[in-house]
Design a protein around this ligand. Structure first.
Ligand code: BEZ
Ligand code: FE2
Length: 407
């Protein structure tokens, strides 16, 4: 048992002052130091410095670890141009990102206070790095392929990757399924994969309504995707529309990434099915896509969380940076409540969406915790300052184990 003694604890629903946290793998008790010492007399006590704050470890629900080699190879500013550049550079980027490169990206996330991440794995090249990661990992095996003729081969490959991830036996590693997107996965494949998701109660995610091109293609098999599909895949028509795609997800409580071009009817379906939207503001900006309409999500009480996407559409894997960019992009939202929502979107709400027992400093939750050195006494505008100042993260605990910093 360890007792951590900070000045402040952000749960994140409330700010506690002068309380201590007793924990092993999970948080056992939060209270006054003397009470906790009486309860757990042999516990090791870690006294933290003045103006220290403990908050939940951050959760990055959507990242492509396999694409961590990208620096300037991919083209930014327009979604289709970016996609063409991905296809052109795919082999090189994969070859350039070996275990060391992927582990570096994962360690970087740890340095930035990310204690849980959702890895979208296209080829299972990242399996070993994710298995070795100190963080909790939801390992989303991705299924892609819109050509019916390729379905069997693609599904066999997907199953082999899923099985390999299921063979990983370590605390905090969860095999899961990603359906790439409505435009890129044939309904035959989607339905086969969702049968497994249902039987095995796996977590499910998909990219959804990321671009104007996707909107036009799914609505009327037109727009920028027309030429893409004709030339690269010899296809003239979409494989499903957005409504049909969403209907496959009924009953799953999935995580839908981007959703910046979602229409009213689709949002209603998302409300009904209790899906979560993953907000990746930096990726959206760099790929020339619109900004997520968070006001609308709030009106409809749709849960949204914040993620970095991969280094294929970002310059760092840092949720503090992501929150700051979102705060400035959504300049028509009230500052403090929005900052508080961003903090929840990287902690408690992300944990709920991923179905994980973390994201809060509360008795019974896993002890995934950050120690931040605030330098000054926090006030009622703490959420804003957490996002603006990028305070030093002096310790990181994951499942009760110190993974960054000294005792
Ligand atoms: C496909 O494999 O069918 C596909 C991949 C990327 C974008 C669109 C389609
Ligand atoms: Fe993505």
């Amino acid at each position: 048992m360890t007792i951590l003694v900070p000045n402040y604890i952000l749960t994140p629903n409330i700010l506690l002052k002068d309380k201590a946290i007793a924990f092993e793998k999970t948080i056992q008790s939060i209270g006054n130091l003397e009470e906790l010492q009486q309860k757990f007399p042999t516990a090791k006590v870690i006294q933290l410095q003045k103006n220290s704050l403990v908050m939940p470890g951050l959760i990055n629900a959507h990242v492509h670890v396999e694409f961590s080699a990208n620096k300037n190879q991919l083209s930014y500013g327009d979604f289709l141009n970016w996609l063409y550049s991905v296809i052109e550079n795919r082999e090189d980027l994969m070859a350039d990102c070996d275990l060391t490169c992927m582990s570096k990206a994962i360690d970087n996330m740890l340095e930035n206070g990310i204690t849980t991440f959702g890895a979208i794995s296209s080829h299972a090249m990242d399996l070993e790095a994710c298995q070795n990661a100190k963080q909790n990992v939801v390992f989303f095996n991705e299924l892609i392929g819109s050509q019916a003729g390729m379905a069997d081969a693609l599904f066999t490959d997907f199953l082999a990757r899923l099985d390999a991830s299921k063979a990983v036996q370590r605390e905090g590693f969860f095999p899961a399924v990603a359906i790439h997107s409505p435009y890129s996965v044939h309904p035959i494949l989607i339905q086969k994969a969702l049968g497994i998701v249902k039987n095995e109660k796996l977590k499910l995610t998909a990219h959804f309504m990321e671009s104007e091109a996707e909107r036009n293609w799914l609505d009327s098999s037109s727009g920028d995707f027309k030429e893409f599909f004709q030339t690269l895949l010899k296809q003239d028509k979409r494989v499903s529309d957005a409504k049909e795609f969403l209907s496959y997800f009924d009953g799953f409580e999935a995580l839908l990434t981007h959703a910046v071009k979602t229409n009213e009817e689709e949002l209603e379906q998302i409300v009904e099915q209790n899906h979560t939207i993953i907000h990746c503001p930096i990726s959206n900006r760099l790929l020339g896509n619109p900004t997520l309409n968070i006001k609308k999500l709030n009106e409809k009480k749709i849960r949204w969380v914040v993620a970095t996407d991969g280094l294929s559409s970002n310059y760092k894997l840092d949720l503090f940076e992501e929150m700051k960019i979102s705060l400035f992009m959504h300049s028509d939202t009230p500052l403090l409540p929005f900052a508080q929502q961003l903090i929840k979107g990287t902690t408690v709400h992300a944990a709920e969406a991923l179905g994980l027992n973390t994201g809060e400093i509360v008795e019974g939750k896993n002890a995934d915790m950050l120690v931040l050195d605030l330098n000054t006494k926090p006030n009622e505008e703490l959420a804003i300052h957490l996002i603006l100042h990028r305070y030093n993260i002096s310790k990181v605990f994951i499942n009760g184990k110190l993974e960054k910093g000294n005792e």
